[in-house]
Design a protein around this ligand. Structure first.
Ligand SMILES: Cc1cc2nc3c(=O)[nH]c(=O)nc-3n(C[C@H](O)[C@H](O)[C@H](O)COP(=O)(O)O)c2cc1C
Length: 311
């Protein structure tokens, strides 16, 4: 699955949902990771977690991210995900959000390598579960765990490891430390994927060319720009600076609205669509008036006519 240099849509809670993954797939992203899903939620039958798990036929192979801290719960949740149609499970060991960390999950595992290893050991047990690991470069600047986690994941059966090379305490401040990641990736026994600050095609291609980098994962750079994956592909394969014309952009944005309405219904779909529209309108003339106006519009048809006007 990770044999070639690949572009990947990053897991983003509340954003890399089925509609957005489908849209990015239509622009040729190689792989996409689901929003994070609570392992406990799946095991205890939480409805919301089960809904998040529903596969989309355009999104294959289906890579589902789980978060949790208990190895047996994670193993059981992974089996539920596989039965529901997942092809690969990603374990979140990097989320720095307090709500997650205080349960011992996400980036808390960077401070507890033994627990992280116990999770890998549980997933390795027969029948083995295909899984990957996603980390940050450490909890804080005092403690770098990158080499340790790369070695651990390589020793166990993880298929790949993704790193967003910021520490957990940095949250999103400062810059992703690509040099540190490249140094660590070069001797890795498994494919290493890099994530962080790849906001334009050129930067993504440069990251992809770094030694030891099996793939690049884009998060924020794809918001309001799902076509960035095609931009990267065209530049990489043909040396062409492709970008969508206004007509394709408009078509994509309207399609996104349709997908959100189908997925969530009018009310929730509208709330989510407004958020994406703020990203889509960035940099366009008349965007700030459009964004101000967005929150006064209360139906999809009003939003659609405002979008048509903007374009
Ligand atoms: C709104 C938001 C939600 C995120 N949710 C998750 C998540 O659920 N799981 C995860 O592993 N990383 C999550 N991330 C981190 C991204 O996957 C990615 O590693 C990080 O944003 C760095 O990449 P970028 O600079 O391309 O955004 C999230 C990031 C953002 C901005």
């Amino acid at each position: 699955m990770f044999s070639q240099k690949q572009t990947i849509l990053a897991p983003m809670a509340g954003l890399s949902d089925r509609p957005f993954r489908r849209l990015c797939r239509s622009f040729g992203v190689d792989l996409a990771v689901s929003e994070m899903i609570s392992a406990k939620g799946l095991v205890y039958g939480d409805r919301k977690s089960r809904v998040l798990l529903t596969p989309d036929k355009s999104d294959r192979p289906y890579w589902v991210q789980l978060f949790g801290s208990d190895p047996e719960i994670i193993r059981e949740a992974a089996q539920i995900a596989l039965q529901a149609g997942a092809d690969l499970i990603d374990i979140n060991m990097g989320c720095p959000v307090r709500k997650v960390v205080k349960t011992g999950a996400g980036a808390a595992l960077l401070r507890d390598p033994q627990q992280a290893e116990a999770i890998m050991r549980a997933l390795d047990r027969t029948p083995a579960i295909p899984y990957t690991i996603k980390i940050r470069s450490g909890w804080d600047a005092k403690q770098t765990i990158l080499d340790l986690f790369i070695e651990m994941a390589g020793t166990h059966n993880a298929k790949a490891l993704t790193c967003h090379p910021r520490t957990a305490t940095m949250m999103f401040s400062g810059c992703a430390d690509w040099r540190q990641l490249t140094d660590a990736a070069q001797n890795a026994a498994l494919p290493v994927i890099g994530s962080g600050d790849l906001n334009d095609p050129q930067t993504a291609i440069e990251a992809l060319a770094r030694p030891g980098m099996a793939g690049v994962m884009l998060g924020r750079g794809s918001l309001g720009r799902p076509w960035i994956f095609r931009e990267i592909r065209e530049l990489l394969q043909k040396g062409i600076q492709w970008s969508p014309d206004a007509e394709l952009k408009l078509k994509t944005i309207l399609k996104h609205g349709d997908l959100l309405r189908d997925e969530y219904g009018e009310k929730t779909g509208l709330l989510l669509y407004r958020k994406h529209l703020a990203w889509y309108s960035k940099g366009l003339s008349g965007a700030s008036a459009f964004r101000k106006n967005l929150f006064t519009l209360t139906s999809f048809s009003e939003l659609e006519s405002a979008i048509n006007n903007l374009f």
